[in-house]
Design a binder for this molecule. Structure first.
Ligand SMILES: NC(=O)c1ccc[n+]([C@@H]2O[C@H](COP(=O)([O-])OP(=O)(O)OC[C@H]3O[C@@H](n4cnc5c(N)ncnc54)[C@H](O)[C@@H]3O)[C@@H](O)[C@H]2O)c1
Length: 255
């Protein structure tokens, strides 16, 4: 026993090259996990994989496009082939859809390509990952999964049409999977508030002051804030948590 949160656990993180994914990869590595990291951005993936290895942790880089079922199945199969099992997965990759924030588009104004993309990555991508991960975790007799939803998965936000629809879908998938696979696999959603990453930069540029005025904690979330919740949910210390929506938003939804 080392006291590390994820000691020896084999964990897969999607969107590992992005803001929250990077923070989760580094934190999980520090907490003793053995990692498979995936992203569609191959350069970003190489970078974070090297950073994790530089901390003397094990990391396998598996580039994949999560909108493609074969790519997802091959990625999960390669992770299992390498480590022999899969204890945890953080299904975190996502895209904003590019039309969010002040001056962004209302439901009747989103273009079809952006809507399809928001659903393909944020919703179908999570389901494709869940499908492959659950098969493995059920066959090995246990596991834990965290899906990244959003506050936009809990309530309406102007200009977020495709994004909000997808994130509400992620919560539905999370709850359905949780009751279908309990008690063998725990499945939860983390719902970040406004977090300081690339995904937020357009919304921040367009509506930064209005956003800040609504956050009781008076700051954006840092990726680390979200990573802490995800890693806890993946750990055995969260053993009774399943089917939940874990909000990390500096009090935004409380007001
Ligand atoms: N930043 C925020 O304010 C915020 C708030 C709520 C929820 N979220 C969610 O958090 C998650 C992480 O976002 P982030 O803020 O770190 O953004 P980010 O843009 O920094 O990272 C997202 C990562 O997902 C990857 N990705 C995109 N499409 C992919 C695909 N088809 N296949 C594989 N990888 C793909 C990107 O390459 C990128 O590395 C997303 O699901 C996002 O919706 C973010």
């Amino acid at each position: 026993m080392t006291g590390l949160l994820l000691d020896g656990k084999v964990i897969l993180i999607t969107g590992a090259a992005g803001g929250i994914g990077r923070a989760a990869s580094l934190l999980a590595a520090r907490e003793g996990a053995r990692l498979s990291l995936t992203d569609v951005s191959e350069n970003g993936l190489e970078e974070i994989t090297e950073q994790v290895r530089a901390k003397s942790a094990e990391a396998l880089a598996l580039p994949a496009d999560l909108t493609d079922g074969e790519s997802v199945n091959a990625m999960v199969a390669a992770a299992v082939e390498h480590y022999g099992r899969l204890d945890g997965a953080f299904n975190n990759a996502g895209v904003s859809g590019g039309q969010i924030g002040q001056g962004g588009r209302r439901v009747g104004e989103w273009d079809e390509t952006a809507f399809d993309r928001a659903i393909a990555v944020n919703l179908k991508g999570v389901w494709l990952c869940l499908r492959a991960e659950l098969r493995q975790m059920e066959s090995q007799g246990g596991g834990a999964i965290v899906n990244t939803a959003s506050l936009a998965g809990l309530t309406g936000f102007k200009t977020t049409a495709g994004y909000s629809a997808a994130k509400h879908g992620v919560i539905g998938l999370t709850k359905t999977a949780a009751i279908e696979y309990a008690p063998t696999v725990r499945i939860n959603a983390v719902c970040p508030g406004y977090t300081d990453t690339d995904l937020m930069k357009d919304a921040k540029r367009r509506s930064g002051d209005a956003i800040m005025a609504r956050i009781p904690s008076a700051r954006l979330a840092q990726p680390q804030d979200i990573a802490e919740m995800a890693c806890w949910l993946l750990s055995d210390r969260a053993g009774y948590a399943t089917g939940g929506e874990f909000v990390v938003d500096g009090g935004y939804m409380a007001g």
